[in-house]
Design a protein around this ligand. Structure first.
Ligand SMILES: NC(=O)c1ccc[n+]([C@@H]2O[C@H](COP(=O)([O-])OP(=O)(O)OC[C@H]3O[C@@H](n4cnc5c(N)ncnc54)[C@H](OP(=O)(O)O)[C@@H]3O)[C@@H](O)[C@H]2O)c1
Length: 314
């Protein structure tokens, strides 16, 4: 059972397993199936579906500006969703539950690269205190339930995700989809492509298809109680300015790119260490994980948005 099955990551997992003969055993859920903030609705779902494995993706998600302007909502909705899902995993004898955290919940003041052991070493960036606190609590609750139940709760920490099926909303989305949408509109209106902030912050981005493969691998192979960072190498960290330029180049619109330095930048960087993931993957699969090249993944995400403009979340 995949909660959040209609989102950016859920749709990528769905595409990945759709060629699998066992696909019938997957159930992809959206908020239309149940509001996971509500315990009775969550319980009804588990009672009906009786899942043996849960991939828990559902969350109230957004970029810097959604987080900054809605910290209480981000805290309360994610806290409610996570408590209900994990509690039902125990009550309905789920064997394994894989939950998803984020590198943006790491401490703001830290040394780099950040690894799995540093998650709780200091407060997160104030811009996303609500979301980060709820996600950190998800990690703690997973560990506590592990000790007191038979369910193998594991957590993963992906870096910034992008790809087809993303939320391309101009105000609330993450940086890549928001910039793709913005550049598309700017070109249509013959206006400047204005990017909020200085463009200096650095980010690691993972393609949703790559993350889907890694989450399926974790679901089959990873059983540790420590969270596992799922990220590209730190040498593939890129600046927001660099990303904006690549997007503008794709649209043939680089000459109209303008940085609005009056807007907030958010956390400067959150470089994550993927050493543990790479070593465990190689050990269990006998080969290194192959990430999609950033430029290829970005081009595919832009093409998907343009071709699916009418139906894309925006
Ligand atoms: N996107 C990123 O850059 C990023 C980075 C790191 C970690 N993550 C984590 O990765 C996971 C997947 O993120 P995503 O980007 O795929 O999210 P997304 O595209 O925004 O999708 C969110 C999913 O959660 C569902 N959902 C939201 N509120 C719900 C509720 N109250 N009850 C039931 N379902 C609800 C949505 O259903 P509807 O479609 O019906 O609304 C949707 O399926 C999340 O846990 C997120 O925190 C994301």
């Amino acid at each position: 059972m995949v909660t959040g099955g209609s989102g950016l990551v859920g749709r990528a997992i769905k595409d990945l397993v759709s060629g699998d003969i066992n696909t019938d055993h997957f159930i992809f859920l959206s908020s239309k199936d149940a509001n996971l903030c509500n315990y009775e609705e969550t319980k009804h779902l588990f009672d009906t579906l009786k899942p043996s494995i849960v991939i828990h993706l559902a969350a109230c998600v957004g970029g810097l500006f959604k987080n900054m302007n809605n910290n209480v909502l981000m805290y309360e909705s994610n806290e409610d969703i996570n408590r209900n899902v994990l509690r039902c995993c125990v009550e309905y004898n789920v064997k394994k539950c894989v939950s998803v955290l984020s590198t943006c919940i790491f401490p703001d003041k830290t040394t780099y690269p950040i690894n799995e052991m540093m998650l709780h070493n200091g407060p997160p960036h104030s811009s996303n205190l609500g979301y980060a606190t709820a996600k950190r609590n998800l990690e703690i609750l997973s560990r506590l339930y592990r000790q007191e139940s038979k369910c193998t709760f594991v957590t993963v920490i992906p870096t910034n995700i992008f790809g087809p099926y993303d939320n391309y909303n101009l105000e609330n989305a993450h940086v890549i989809p928001a910039l793709i949408h913005k550049c598309h509109l700017a070109k249509q209106k013959n206006a400047n492509f204005v990017v909020a902030g200085s463009g200096a912050p650095l980010r690691q981005f993972i393609f949703n298809r790559d993350l889907a493969k890694l989450i399926m691998w974790v679901t089959k192979q990873y059983t540790d109680h420590e969270p596992l960072i799922l990220s590209v190498d730190d040498k593939h960290e890129v600046s927001i300015h660099n990303v904006a330029t690549k997007i503008a180049d794709h649209f043939g619109y680089a000459h109209r790119l303008v940085m609005d330095t009056s807007k907030a930048d958010g956390q400067f960087k959150k470089t994550a260490d993927n050493t543990k993931m790479k070593s465990l993957y190689k050990k269990s699969m006998g080969k290194s994980f192959e990430f999609t090249l950033f430029d290829e993944a970005l081009a595919e995400s832009i093409t998907w948005f343009v071709e699916n403009f009418e139906i894309a979340r925006k």
